[in-house]
Design a protein around this ligand. Structure first.
Ligand SMILES: [Mg+2]
Length: 423
């Protein structure tokens, strides 16, 4: 019998810890400014257009939560103390927390400044073999190092560890044994699954799937009939089957491709071809990295030098070619080469250059793991449905094998070393 790739294996030997600092930014402010302790503190919504970056538990009581518009937070909790956000400081505290995590395992996947997954499978033995003892030690050491509280969920998978962590908040400590996974998941609303956003939730509920048990206990064939093939992923998750690994390597912050031309170019066709090829390569690397990008950038270096680089003479041979960059942030993160191409071409057109360029580049940033993107069970087939197919062909026959009608630019200057998303 062929074992399906996604077929679960629950050995019970795998222990994933999800750590999430409680009201991180607000707690840091309260720690650093004792006069704020015990008061509702709202970080980052000072201006009329600001958005709440974090709210202390005292503020949450009034219904304030992060990502809420500042004016709404003010309506709900007018007596709150509004504090400007100080991300550099929070990032520094985050590093201190991370340093504590490193005492427990090198397998750490940071999710945000205040959140990480740790694969502690190999280290529970050091704590008497008990994930609970390890979690207690971790919480205590974070508190000692930073005077801040971290909530912790420990479970055989990422999905369950994260849910366990949330359930325990604040100051949570929730350990889920393999035998307890189903009992924990069954009563939860479908919304708790990764990939299920408000739209999908509505659709699922409309079709009679309210709880994870509804999905988990449904006959797989009937489920595919009702919801399509991707419903099996949801069913597996609802059964607590999640084999995703903790990815210790920090995801790349950006991915880019660029080339210098043999002769400077301005013709739109040539530019479109080059940008299209770059976009496709960037998209392929995004898919390999399991990421999607929100911000797309165009880089263009003018062909005519303006003097020399600052501090350099002509003899140093470093003429100064003006570099132009334009970026756009799109509402839905993408790994689709066509979307990337459309955006950079629009940016190129907006530049409306009158003189040729020697270099063109496409890069993406604000990367998000694909898992957190909404799963679109019901959407019509997407533009990027071709992406994975292209990847498979490219992998087999090499990059020259297929292109979406875009020729590679005539000369590509390759970067050194392995790029993120390249194997
Ligand atoms: Mg948090």
């Amino acid at each position: 019998m062929v074992r399906e790739k996604s077929e679960p294996r629950f050995t019970g030997e795998r222990w994933i810890l999800h750590a999430d600092m409680d009201a991180f930014y607000a707690s840091i402010e309260q720690r650093d400014h004792p006069e704020l302790r015990g008061k509702p503190v709202i970080v980052g919504a000072g201006s009329a257009r600001g958005v709440v970056a974090a709210a202390s538990y005292e503020a949450r009581v009034f219904g304030v939560h992060s990502a809420m518009p500042g004016f709404r937070a003010k309506q709900l909790c007018p007596h709150a103390v509004f504090v400007p956000s100080n991300i550099e400081h929070y990032a520094a505290v985050s590093s201190e927390v991370h340093a504590v995590f490193e005492r427990f395992t090198p397998e750490i996947e940071p999710i945000a400044l205040d959140e990480a997954f740790l694969d502690v499978s190999a280290s529970v033995g050091l704590y008497g073999g008990s994930p609970r003892e390890l979690a207690v030690a971790l919480k205590r050491q974070v508190l000692e190092a930073t005077s801040l509280c971290v909530s912790v969920g420990v479970a055989p998978s990422k999905l369950v560890a994260k849910i366990a962590c949330t359930l325990g908040k604040p100051n949570g400590l929730c350990v889920v044994q393999p035998s307890e996974v189903r009992a924990l998941l069954d009563p939860l609303p479908v919304r708790r699954l990764w990939g299920v956003g408000p739209v999908l939730e509505q659709e699922l509920v409309r079709r009679g799937f309210r709880t994870l048990a509804d999905l988990a206990n449904h006959d797989p064939d009937a489920l595919v009939q009702k919801l399509g093939p991707r419903a099996l992923e949801l069913r597996a998750l609802a059964r607590g089957i999640d084999t995703r690994a903790v990815i210790a390597d920090r995801a790349p912050k950006s991915i880019g491709e660029e080339n210098t031309f043999e002769t400077d170019v301005l013709e739109r066709d040539v530019v479109a071809n080059a940008l299209g090829a770059h976009a496709e390569n960037v998209a392929r690397r995004l898919r390999r990295a399991g990421s999607r990008a929100r911000t797309i950038s165009l880089k263009a270096k003018l062909g005519r030098a303006r003097g020399n680089k600052p501090g350099r003479t002509e003899r140093d041979g470093e003429p100064n070619y003006p570099l132009l960059t334009r970026s756009r942030t799109i509402p839905n993160p993408t790994d689709d080469g066509l979307v990337l191409r459309d955006v950079v071409l629009a940016l190129w057109d907006e530049l409306a250059l009158l003189e040729p360029v020697r270099l063109l580049g496409v890069s993406v940033s604000k990367l998000e793991p694909r898992e957190t993107s909404q799963l679109d069970l019901f959407a019509p087939p997407k533009k990027d449905a071709l992406g994975p197919t292209l990847d498979a062909i490219t992998e087999r026959f090499g990059k020259a094998a297929i292109r979406r009608g875009d020729r590679a630019p005539d000369k590509i200057t390759h970067g050194r070393g392995r790029k993120p998303g390249e194997h």
